[in-house]
Design a protein around this ligand. Structure first.
Ligand SMILES: *[C@@H]1O[C@H](CO)[C@@H](O)[C@H](O)[C@H]1NC(C)=O
Length: 164
């Protein structure tokens, strides 16, 4: 019984310290509140909707990760929409995707190529069958830099995104 109490206490203490430090707490699928999408080059940097401005055309930017809902997304392995949790807005590559085009959110649509992404097993977010990947612009993770699409290339850390 002593051992059990000690275990309960240590779980309690661990939860408290995670809260106090604002660390991400491990959660289980299906992630009802969404997940962070963090940069492969810096796991403290997240994709966000600046000022939680949920409107067609709002740029998607990189920013220090935090607990606010404008950094939480619904995304699944394989073919997927990349939807801002709790909204009807989706990551959108525009009508003529190409290298260097800034990413934005737009009202979610089914069967829209600009919103038809594929989360690969090696942690890229690519437009399905279009050869364009979500890319940290110039590898610059300064808060407020808009992310873009760029031709998918191997061994490019600017195109690695960890969902967590
Ligand atoms: C990164 O982006 C910031 C904000 O746009 C800019 O001020 C800075 O010069 C950029 N850094 C590099 C190395 O391009």
């Amino acid at each position: 019984m002593i051992g059990q109490n000690t275990l309960v206490f240590s779980i309690f203490a661990t939860s408290l310290s995670a809260l106090a430090l604002n660390l991400p707490v491990a959660r289980s699928p299906p992630y009802p509140y969404g997940q962070h999408i963090t940069a492969g080059s810096d796991s403290n940097k997240c994709l966000e909707i600046p000022n939680a401005d949920y409107a067609n055309g709002t740029p998607v930017e990189i920013h220090d990760c935090g607990p606010a809902s404008n950094q939480f997304w619904f995304i699944q392995p394989g073919e997927t929409k990349v939807q801002v949790a709790g909204t009807n807005f989706c990551l959108d590559a525009g009508s003529s995707p190409q290298s260097g085009v800034g990413l934005k959110i737009w009202q979610c649509y089914d069967n829209l190529p600009a919103q038809d992404w594929y989360l690969t097993a090696d942690n890229r977010i690519a437009l399905t069958n279009q050869g364009q990947c979500v890319d940290l612009t110039n590898g610059n993770s300064t808060n407020g830099v808009q992310v873009q699409t760029w031709q998918c290339t191997d061994n490019n850390n600017n195109q690695v995104w960890i969902v967590q």
